[in-house]
Design a protein around this ligand. Structure first.
Ligand code: G3P
Ligand code: MG
Length: 442
């Protein structure tokens, strides 16, 4: 653990999103590796893996202090310490937030890991959500308000964050989903040079979607253009569609075109551009007592529609959890966050990932754990998609009632591990806590 004023004074400067984006997180090649069967070819998959390996090698080289032995300084009972051997990663919807409001235990859980715990420690943490539809900065402002503490873009990944790495590859793109112009703003912020929205297409040809009329606001913001001179190179679904029928019609038109020229139609139906989704959650947790359908449902529906209309299979690619690339991205984010904000220059031994959706959070964490250097430990909470009494398709290592129980479990487990290892740091630990965590014989 690092102590305040201990070895190395932490640099308190926060990672701005730009710092994070350009310096260490996004500077390398694409790390999102979709499932092999969804990749364009075996070669491209291998290339992506090789590029990622090269990036990891680079990351290891720049962190020259990593792995160097450290001697823990003596810690007094009251000293404020930062845990440097473990970290936390949180899903958002169904764990911290439901229907735009904080889950009751969320604020106290965050206070707990920020020092209000019996051990007097702070634990570094990041947020990894499949949600999106706004810039990372705007989303962090929302979260800060909802959770009553500052959340920085340097500790935040949403479903479409890794898509910024595609901006160099595709010039003219169709961006679908979200409210108003927000996703166009996100895409332009990622560096996409020419961003088209469904609104632009409807404003240019109002009969594109017979049952959808643009609102006055949408009409004002949308841009008429000459689509006979426009080649749409890729389609990105950044956030949940607000108009499934209209958006599906437009996506199908582009997919069935010759090389993304909207005014053409392919004879073979295999000349359309690729389509990327920012995640594949079929359902998600909101204020409603039952889960609501999400982007994964749109993806499935679009694939079925394409087959029905063209007779051809449509291969789409999803980012987000449970894709391993998202966890690799999270690993880099955590490394940078711990280094810049907590002066910790080594990887954590254990990362506890707290989520509510077995198919994305738990599956991704468990699968990433099989190959990652750190131990990624999955914790499933009962405040979201997962329903008590059901058997999760992807079993977690631990199930907790809510996020507060989850963080208590994680910290207790770590403290018990340290005590077992004979560390001086847990001299003041109440062994009852370890018994509660089920880690010592009773
Ligand atoms: O649309 C967002 C939702 O599918 C899941 O968000 O925070 O649970 O990953 P989250
Ligand atoms: Mg969730």
């Amino acid at each position: 653990m690092t102590t305040a004023g201990g070895y190395g004074t932490p640099r308190v400067s926060r990672l701005s999103s730009l710092d994070a984006a350009q310096a260490d997180l996004y500077g390398g090649p694409s790390v999102v590796v979709p499932p092999k069967h969804l990749m364009a070819s075996t070669n491209s998959h291998e290339t992506a893996m090789e590029m990622e390996a090269a990036k990891q090698h680079f990351d290891e080289e720049v962190s020259s202090e990593e792995g160097s032995p450290r001697v823990a300084p003596p810690v007094t009972k009251k000293a404020l310490t930062t845990a440097d051997d473990f970290a936390l990663a949180f899903d958002i919807d169904g764990v911290l937030i439901r229907g735009g409001k904080a889950i009751p235990e969320a604020a106290s859980a965050l206070r707990y890991i920020n020092g209000e715990n019996p051990y007097g420690i702070k634990v570094p943490y990041i947020f990894v959500t499949n949600g999106g539809g706004k810039t990372e900065e705007e989303r962090c402002l929302d979260l800060s308000r909802q959770l009553e503490l500052e959340v920085s873009p340097g500790q935040f990944i949403c479903g479409h964050t890794p898509m910024r790495e595609m901006a160099e590859r595709y010039h003219t793109v169709l961006v679908v989903g979200g409210e108003g112009e927000k996703c166009r703003v996100v895409a332009e912020g990622y560096g996409f040079k020419d961003v088209i929205t469904p609104g632009d297409i409807i404003k240019t040809r109002h009969d594109t979607t017979p049952f959808r009329k643009l609102t006055d606001e949408e009409y004002k913001n949308s841009r008429v253009r000459d689509f006979s001179k426009t080649k749409i190179e890729a389609i990105f679904v950044f956030a949940d569609s607000r108009d499934w029928a209209g958006d599906q019609q437009i996506i199908l038109d582009v997919l069935m075109s010759k090389n993304g020229h909207l005014d053409t139609r392919s004879d073979s139906f295999d000349e359309g551009p690729p389509v990327f989704f920012s995640h594949n959650d079929v359902v998600w947790s909101t204020s409603h007592e039952h889960v609501r359908i999400g982007m994964g449902a749109l993806r499935a529906s679009l694939e079925a529609l394409y087959k029905a209309v063209t007779g051809k299979e449509l291969n789409t690619i999803a980012f987000g959890k449970p894709q391993l690339g998202t966890y690799q991205f999270a690993t880099r984010l955590l490394r940078q966050w711990r280094k810049n904000t907590h002066a910790i220059n080594k990887p954590p031994s254990t990362v506890y990932f707290v989520g509510d959706t077995p198919e994305s959070d738990i599956r991704g964490t468990n699968e990433f754990n099989e190959t990652s250097e750190a131990d990624w430990f999955s914790i499933l909470v009962k405040t979201g998609v997962y329903q008590e009494g059901t058997i999760p398709r992807y079993p977690p290592k631990k199930t907790c009632n809510h996020i507060l129980d989850a963080v208590k479990f994680a910290i207790d487990r770590e403290m018990a591990k340290e005590k077992k290892a004979g560390s001086t740091i847990v001299d003041d630990v109440d062994s009852e806590l370890e018994l509660e965590a089920g880690l010592l014989p009773n």
